[in-house]
Design a protein around this ligand. Structure first.
Ligand SMILES: Nc1ncnc2c1ncn2[C@@H]1O[C@H](COP(=O)(O)OP(=O)(O)O)[C@@H](O)[C@H]1O
Ligand SMILES: [Mg+2]
Length: 247
């Protein structure tokens, strides 16, 4: 049985989709099979981060409605061996149906993959609850500003109420100058969010350039600082002892 991990945060724009794509790609190292699921129905964009824009013809809505089997909707990545992609419907379905069916679908998928990474929509609505329903642990993305930290703290509480106790924090888009000039530290962020730190990802223009060129960060030239940080995060998820770079 593979692990199911939801990537979430309070607000949009913290890097959930970027992180889902990059972490999924780096998790394939060593031969793992990874299914990356876009659970952001209506606002899907994980396909872009994986360089698979509009390649997936079937989405999980088709699977849930019985129009196709899961293996027909899952798209093997053409350039990243071991990585598979399941896209979201363009139009979200009714809350109850989606949450129930989604959970069962991901549990079934987890029998065939080592990791299922679920890219959650922003907010705490039905899409969030559906994404979380299928997960046994969560990665919460926060950026440095106070409103993101407060949001993330709220999401950690919500995850706890939904039965997810294994929650780890990724602080994204970190600019050292903001930390040094605001006297804020990573420890302050960890304390205010209330989750154990999984990694720190710097602000890196390669992320935006790779995204604009629709090239997965994993395949974008020499790994930049953000790609290296996501690589280390993937190794920590696999249980390797990789020192945290928080200085
Ligand atoms: N570490 C980073 N460095 C620079 N830009 C980033 C980084 N992480 C994310 N971004 C950019 O931030 C924006 C929002 O990221 P995205 O992954 O779509 O967030 P979310 O899924 O949480 O809404 C995108 O333009 C993305 O390229
Ligand atoms: Mg997103």
């Amino acid at each position: 049985m593979g692990r199911t991990i939801v990537v979430t945060s309070g607000k949009g724009g913290t890097g959930k989709t970027t992180a889902s794509a990059a972490i999924s790609s780096f998790l394939t190292a060593g031969g793992s099979r990874v299914l990356c699921i876009d659970a952001d129905a209506g606002l899907k964009n994980l396909d872009l981060c994986l360089g698979l824009s509009d390649r997936a013809m079937l989405d999980y809505g088709d699977v849930l409605a019985g129009r196709c089997r899961l293996d027909e909707a899952v798209l093997p990545h053409p350039d990243i061996p071991g990585l598979f992609f399941l896209t979201a419907p363009v139009v979200p379905s009714e809350e109850g149906d989606e949450a129930k069916g989604f959970e069962a679908m991901v549990r079934f998928a987890a029998e065939h993959f080592d990791y299922c990474i679920i890219d959650s929509p922003a907010g705490l609505g039905p899409g969030f609850r559906a994404a979380v329903s299928a997960a046994d642990s969560a990665i919460i993305l926060a950026v440095q500003d106070p409103s993101s930290r407060r949001d993330s703290a709220r999401v950690v509480m919500e995850l706890g109420a939904l039965g997810i106790k294994d929650v780890r924090l990724v602080v994204n888009r970190v600019r050292r100058s903001v930390f040094s000039r605001s006297k804020l530290t990573i420890d302050d962020v960890i304390d205010s969010v209330g989750a154990q730190l999984l990694g720190v990802v710097p602000e890196d223009e390669n992320v935006a350039i790779a995204a604009a060129r629709e090239i997965p960060l994993f395949l974008y030239g020499e790994p930049g600082r953000a790609a290296l940080a996501f690589m280390r995060i993937a190794r920590r998820i696999k249980g390797e002892k990789v020192p945290l770079e928080i200085k």
